[in-house]
Design a protein around this ligand. Sequence first.
Ligand code: ATP
Ligand code: MG
Length: 367
Amino acid sequence: MFVNKIILDGFRNYSEFSVDFSDKVNVIIGNNAQGKTNLIEAIYYLTSGRSFRAKNDRELIGFDKDSAYIRANIFSGEREQKLETRIDRVKRRLFTANDVKLRTAAELSGKLRAVLFCPDDLNLIREGAAVRRRLMDACLCQLRPRYAQSLTEFNKLLDHKTRILRDYHQKPSLLYALDDFDHHLALMSAELIHYRAAYAALLSERASRIHREFSGGAETLTIKYCTVKTITDTGRPPSELLPQILEHQREHRRAELETGSCLTGAHKDDLDIEIDGRAARSFASQGQARTAALSVKLAERQIHYDDRGEYPLLLLDDVLSELDDRRQNFVLNHINDGQVFITCCEDARIASRTGGKVHRIDGGKLQ
Ligand code: ATP
Ligand code: MG
């Protein structure tokens, strides 16, 4: 799977922009604030209809533009394909695949897949749980269309429920709808938990294998999925998880009303990452945490490969320059297959080490 060409118009600082990529390594070079990450973001957006950094889609539209357009000519599923999106300030955004309109962004799932790796991911081990949930969501949204739908639905319901819990003092009638929201939220939680549990098991297995290799067999990395406490076995189907989630909701109803926040559901999930049996979040050294994060990200790529038989794109935004030589080598040795995009500031050393095609970006234009 790879992207041959990207066309951007009105997307962030790009207008009437077009670039042809190598199907192997592409190095995107430029000074700060020239549009390197924006280009990575445009590619990533077509994998799932989500940006990895914008809070809402309007941020993606050029400051003085009414809409943003992204088109990618890709090779995927053993044929040439065309993906397009238009994001408008007022109208609904539009996605097409091979000129056929898609009903929702979830239908993009699987057409173009990518693993993004940026400096923030190096904090995967030590940061709060949100980063690790994003890791699960990013991969599952691309591999499982049903997961992407459930996640969108879950987030909508969670928003509604949070508003009810926040505003019911002023408007007590809101509470009539609470049971209904709770039930639907629990249904969606059960779906998400079912997928996440299976994903976490795969991630643990792949990441610990990679980590063992990286640490020369010295350390053991394990990843455990943590979710709603009343669930006894996350491996059960969603229909069996549901009653246990509802039980947790009942136990926390009073606390939710008192605190005005939603205390039960898949939005509290986390991954417990341990090195040699100890919580990496508390005990790993800076270097150990980085190595573990690298192993996790490379495992994510492996999961895509094992699932679909082809490597997803690998988007390395600014990450190589953050790593010492040994870790750079480890990453470079693991990315010989598949298409790779590497951004870096003027760093001839990185460009030559990867041997990739160089694209120089200056103010949203190719040089
Ligand atoms: P760095 O090396 O610092 O990471 P970069 O090349 O990755 O830099 P980007 O984040 O891709 O930089 O681009 C940043 C530039 O894009 C900024 O100058 C910013 O003002 C501009 N920009 C961001 N959003 C928009 C937008 N909606 N419209 C126009 N320009 C935008
Ligand atoms: Mg950047």
